[in-house]
Structures are given as structure tokens and as C-alpha cells.
Design a protein around this ligand. Sequence first.
Ligand SMILES: NC(=O)c1ccc[n+]([C@@H]2O[C@H](COP(=O)([O-])OP(=O)(O)OC[C@H]3O[C@@H](n4cnc5c(N)ncnc54)[C@H](O)[C@@H]3O)[C@@H](O)[C@H]2O)c1
Length: 252
Amino acid sequence: MMRLLINGAAGRMGINVINSAKKSGYFDYIVGIDKYAKNKKFEIPVYCSTSDIDTKEKFDCIIDFSTKEALYDILPYALKTKTPIVIATTGFDEKDEKYIKEASKSIPIFKSGNMSIGVNTLISVVEQVSKAIGSISDIEIIEQHHNQKIDSPSGTALMLAKAVEDNTEISNVTNGREGIVGKRPQKELGIHSVRGGSIIGKHEVLFILDKEVLTFKHEAEDRAIFANGSIEAALFLSKEKPGLYNMRDIIK
Ligand SMILES: NC(=O)c1ccc[n+]([C@@H]2O[C@H](COP(=O)([O-])OP(=O)(O)OC[C@H]3O[C@@H](n4cnc5c(N)ncnc54)[C@H](O)[C@@H]3O)[C@@H](O)[C@H]2O)c1
């Protein structure tokens, strides 16, 4: 049995991770952290920050679905206590990414902007199609999310863009278009972010050829897909050496 710490426990994903972790039967002790946990009721103990955790407490893994800023509380804690961490939060900048990479020299870190099997399969498909017809296609990505999402484009859209960039000569990624931008250069990749209502996450990649369009699409129907993926990642990570891992290390 394992001991799990969930960062961002009061959030949409945090609550899903608590449910998935309980259902999985792998954990006999589950604790959460959430900056805004005060005066709220939870099924598990939830602290407001890592400084509230008793120094004698030990965890086998941390799962983080929180915010970019929270990284600077949870990652120092993971390093100090040598605890493997699954980072599922998105919206990091270059400095954050560098910090995560550096930390992975000391502890096992699993990081993915999307924890679902479906999206990671979509990424493999996009890599193959980009290789085959990327040079003759206009490629566009459309992502849709709920109106509470704070980062744009989505972490998944950026992963899909990387799958295109790594397999074509495209390096110019544009987030939306506005004004008299001129004709579309062929080596451009457009990303478009739709925000509204309660959409969990939809991603479409369009390969637009002359008189024909190929569309590859993934639609998340339940946040449990990301939560279950993060549990799989936590189990995987508990047996690994320090390093930076992602979904490719699980889906082989
Ligand atoms: N990798 C994936 O598969 C995947 C899937 C869905 C969402 N996400 C990402 O996970 C993150 C969370 O998504 P969400 O929909 O649950 O958001 P949310 O806003 O519902 O939850 C975030 C939680 O983090 C808490 N928080 C804020 N600052 C904190 C801090 N300093 N320390 C601890 N907790 C803090 C908030 O109080 C909130 O409860 C986002 O970055 C989102 O893009 C990733």
C-alpha cells in the first residue's frame, strides 16, 4: 500500500484524483494540499501549504494538479523529502520548465500536459501524419475548454504543436490571427483557443490539403481520464530512478 499527497486537492482535478485514488485501492493514506482549503470540508485531511505537513510524514508520491505558482511550494517540498512527483499542471514558462528539469536530476518526476491515453495516442498519430503529409498541408489546431481555464493555448495544444514541429519544417506557431495578416504562409501552424461553459477538453488537428481536409479529434468526456492517468503515473514513478518521465514511458 502507498501514501499519496495531492496538490491542488480542492480543484476540479484534485477532487477527481481523490476519487480515483480511493477507487484504485493502491493507497492506504491520502492527504491533500490546497491554498484555499481553509473552512472547506473534505473526505481526506487537506492542508493549506506544505509547511503545515508534519516533518515526520512521508509520502510515496505527490500528484500535482494546481497552478504555475504552486510549483514553488510543492517542488521544493518534493526535493527536500525526496518524494517522486507527477506534475500535471499546465501553463509553465521557460524558467519553470528549467527548474523542473533540474529537479529531475535528484528525484523522479513525471510531467505531462495531458494524462489521457486517448490524447497521447492522438499525439502519435499526429506525428506520423505530419511526417507523411506535413510538407503539403496547412496545419491548424483548434482546442476548446471551459470558461474557468486560466492558460491558453492549452498544454495539450502545445504538445500537439510540438508533434507537428518535430516532424515538419514548420517552426512558426501563431496563436489566433488578427488584422491584415496577409496570406497564410505554408510553414505556419495556427492554434485557436475556444473558451466557454463546462467543456472538459476538445482538441482537433486539421491537415488541410487542396480540396480535402483530414481531421483528427479527441474529446474528453470525464475528468476521470486524467485522474486515472495520474494514478498510473504515480505507480510507475514509485519504482523509477531520478529522471524526467512522460506518457511515452507508460504507453509503449
Ligand atoms: N495534465 C492533464 O492531463 C490535465 C488535465 C486537466 C487539467 N490539467 C491542469 O491541471 C491544473 C488544475 O486544473 P483544474 O481544472 O483542477 O483547476 P482548478 O482551478 O479547479 O484547481 C486548481 C486548484 O489549485 C489550488 N491552488 C492554487 N494555488 C495553490 C497553491 N499555491 N498551492 C496549492 N494549491 C493551490 C486552487 O485553490 C484550486 O483548488 C491546470 O493547470 C490544468 O490546466 C491538466
